[in-house]
Design a protein around this ligand. Structure first.
Ligand code: GAP
Length: 454
């Protein structure tokens, strides 16, 4: 029996082979903690972002978006508490020079000050700030010191009043943002799970103090349901509530949604009750009034509480790669047993929606297929492939998760019909070419995650 377990090695290999994710600066030996997204990777990433954006803004009447700068005034990070608190405890081995997070090595090794890898002597634990620093302007001194943002959230908080007033938002309301964040992570193993440069999809929801616990529950439920819509195997998700020693410096209460990656259950997204911490601190540090004036309620003034939903875009992409991956035994047309690797992405997320394949290059089939592709590409991301046996071409599309393959054969020439092959069931249906687009749209709407074999 072949071992069909999903491992990180298999995911990394498929990601490279099929153009999802490449190592950054690979020809120079790579850069740890940084990755590049290839043709399929960027399509998938864009589609996840669009799915999240629609869910959070279009489907909620009271949530709007922004796109704040990565570089912000350095005082922001004093007010937010990141300069003081956004640290990891770090130890180095004096002998083999390996570096560890003190909270991630066995306590007995830490107590004995012996390196878990070579047994050498460890340094004292010291605090290491995760924020990247750079300088703004031509002089490289402290006066130009700025940070690369370690979370997108602060760009929303400092714009709270701008957005509220320009768009006449009434509490409760939310602001959503997708963008890059940077952390000088000490440990960056497990592919794109934890990287130094990554993308977040965050939404900050401003509520009246006293209603925060209720909204916190509301957003926990909303975020759980989002993953159902994404078509994830819900058995691989679970909640983890932060204990008092796990809570971030800003959090009053926090839950993670965890996903079962090949290396075990790990954080996917956080839902945080940040109380009035952030806006109070910005009021204190900037001297600007961050209160909301409730005109419907006798001009009552208060500093809103914030419920945050914070998801990693690049981490969600890794989740989708792991969740979609399946090695499946299939019987080929010639009755020979065969294996395929198939990515069961939700068809709305798949990098390529439809591949157009002429059965043969000759006899005008290639030209006919190109013609049909031209009709479809206005509505869908398409691919065209005329090389190799048709079975092998289906396998290539399965590996990138293309949900529909349209095959053009001799009958197409006669009566204008094509076959459409379904990625998951591998069943084929014959239909007139004029109906392909409508058929695909309908199938996407009706999509249900296949249960067999997954
Ligand atoms: N604004 C709150 C915040 O940033 P977080 O728990 O530190 O909270 C939220 O991060 C999410 O961002 C995580 O659940 C994860 O999906 C993603 N994330 C955080 N650090 C990451 C890293 N180094 N690489 C990839 N994704 C990361």
């Amino acid at each position: 029996m072949a071992d069909t377990a999903v491992t990180m090695d298999k995911i990394v290999s498929l990601a490279k082979r099929r153009g999802f994710v490449f190592q950054s600066s690979e020809i120079y030996g790579g850069l740890s903690g940084a990755w590049d997204y290839g043709p399929q990777g960027i399509e998938l990433k864009n589609r996840i972002a669009r799915f999240w954006w629609k869910e959070m803004t279009q489907l909620h009447d009271n949530i709007v978006g922004i796109d704040a700068a990565i570089l912000m005034h350095p005082k922001v990070w004093h007010a937010s508490g990141h300069v003081e608190n956004f640290t990891d405890p770090l130890v180095d081995c004096k002998k083999c020079k390996a570096r560890f997070r003190a909270d991630q090595i066995p306590p007995e090794d830490l107590a004995a000050k012996k390196c878990p890898e070579c047994g050498g002597e460890l340094t004292e634990v010291r605090k290491f700030n995760l924020m990247f620093k750079t300088t703004l302007g031509p002089v490289e001194d402290e006066s130009g010191l700025v940070y690369l943002r370690p979370e997108t959230a602060q760009g929303i908080y400092v714009n709270f009043k701008n957005v509220q007033q320009s768009n006449r938002m009434k509490i409760p309301f939310g602001i959503a943002q997708i963008g890059k964040a940077f952390r000088n992570e000490i440990v960056t193993k497990n592919f794109i799970f934890r990287t130094c440069e990554f993308e977040q999809m965050e939404m900050q929801f401003f509520v009246k103090p006293g209603t925060d616990a209720e909204w916190f529950e509301y957003w926990r439920e909303q975020r759980w349901n989002y993953y159902k819509k994404l078509g994830i195997d819900m058995k691989k998700l679970r909640w983890h509530r932060h204990g008092p020693d796990e809570l971030a410096h800003y959090a009053k209460d926090a839950y993670d949604i965890e996903f079962e990656f090949p290396m075990g259950f790990k954080e996917l997204e956080g839902v945080h009750n940040r109380s009035d911490y952030d806006l109070s601190r910005h009021q204190q540090f900037s001297g600007k009034d961050m209160q909301y004036i409730d005109q419907d309620n006798g001009n009552e003034r208060y500093i809103p509480n914030i419920i945050e939903t914070s998801a990693g875009l690049t981490r969600q992409l890794l989740m989708l790669l792991c969740d979609a991956y399946e090695e499946q035994k299939v019987a080929d047309k010639g009755n020979e047993d065969d294996w395929r690797t198939v990515m069961h992405f939700h068809p709305e997320l798949a990098p390529i929606t439809v591949a157009v394949l002429p059965l043969m290059k000759k006899d005008g089939l290639a030209e006919l297929a190109q013609d049909i592709r031209a009709e479809l590409k206005e509505d869908f991301v398409t691919d065209y492939d005329q090389s190799g046996a048709i079975g092998r071409r289906y396998r290539r599309q399965d590996e990138v998760g293309t949900p529909f393959c349209v095959t053009i054969d001799y009958q197409t020439k006669e009566d204008g019909t094509v076959t459409v092959r379904d990625r998951d069931s591998m069943l084929q249906e014959r239909l007139p070419r004029a109906r392909i687009a409508e058929y695909i749209r309908q199938k996407i709407k009706e999509y249900k995650r296949p249960s067999a074999g997954l």
